[in-house]
Design a protein around this ligand. Structure first.
Ligand SMILES: C[S@@+](CC[C@H](N)C(=O)[O-])C[C@H]1O[C@@H](n2cnc3c(N)ncnc32)[C@H](O)[C@@H]1O
Length: 269
């Protein structure tokens, strides 16, 4: 199978860390849970497939006695890993998750957080993950953030969706079809994998976010579903959003409190 369409984050690399914030404490906790579940205490190679700016791989590299390897298609995202504290334990490779440049059985564990909605041929990405994991005890973590949606984002998305301006996901819109394909037996074209959602009550966080910051993120079309919206339509939506914000939020510097959590599945092929 050859690769299909995907969404590189090259155009939003500069703003990514500002607009997709997970507080340090939560990132440390995610690294702790992943390291424990993957049994990384003894070392070994760990793959962050779609590493982005390293917001999750860097804390993992700080606590992992082995080596963490991050792959991403977007050089500008990889460049942002830069000199983050802990980045020394992280090796970066520019590459396509549909054709990983690694030999079979290389990694003890891997993770993909917020990846499969961006890649049309997401089953191919899963086949590649399976191939590069060690058959003995290799584990893949699939993660998505839930919640954390600002009322401003909801308003913009609802209006854009009503006008059929919001692009459907290039890849899988949610993890449900992915989990179903992973669990389906191989004789029916699935992966025959075991998938368990980790019970992680610690993986939740709250952030107080200035409304102006969310407005700026929307204005600069930071979210991938907005990238195809024509300029004129985007300007109209922003004008409606300005009115909505004025009606909804009071005070000189209004904020919203956004509650999020990370859903993590452990996949064993
Ligand atoms: C939403 S970001 C997630 C980054 C990171 N996992 C995190 O949670 O911060 C998705 C990343 O996937 C990368 N990506 C998209 N398609 C890809 C592909 N075919 N191969 C490798 N990386 C890809 C994008 O460039 C982007 O950096």
């Amino acid at each position: 199978m050859t690769g299909g369409r995907y969404q590189s984050f090259e155009p939003v690399a500069e703003s990514y860390d500002r607009t997709r914030v997970i507080p340090d404490k939560a990132r440390e906790e995610i690294a702790r849970v992943v390291a424990r579940e993957a049994r990384l205490a003894g070392g070994g190679l760990f793959l962050d497939a779609g590493v982005g700016t390293g917001r999750l791989a860097v804390p993992l590299a700080r606590r992992h006695p082995g080596q963490v390897v991050g792959v991403d298609i977007a050089p500008a995202m990889l460049a942002r890993v830069g000199d983050k504290d802990g980045a020394a334990g992280l090796s970066l490779v520019q590459g396509d998750l549909q054709r990983l440049p690694f030999a079979a059985g290389t990694f003890q564990a891997a993770m993909m957080v917020h990846i499969l909605h961006l890649i049309e041929q997401w089953p191919l990405v899963l086949h590649e993950a399976k191939r590069v994991l060690t058959p003995a005890g290799g584990v893949l973590f699939l993660g998505v953030e839930q919640g954390g949606r600002s009322r401003l984002v909801d308003f913009y998305y609802e209006r854009a969706r009503a006008r059929r301006l919001l692009a459907p996901s290039v890849g899988s819109a949610s993890l449900a079809p992915v989990v179903a394909a992973l669990r389906r037996p191989t004789y029916s074209g699935g992966f025959g994998a075991s998938v368990s959602q980790l019970s992680t009550p610690s993986l939740h966080w709250e952030r107080v976010v200035p409304v102006s910051q969310t407005f700026d993120a929307l204005a600069s079309r930071t979210y991938s579903q907005m990238w195809g919206i024509p300029d004129a339509a985007h300007a109209e939506l922003l004008s409606e959003l300005t009115d909505y914000a004025a009606r909804t939020f009071r005070g000189d510097a209004p904020t919203e409190t956004l509650a999020s959590r990370l859903i993590l599945h452990a996949v064993r092929f």
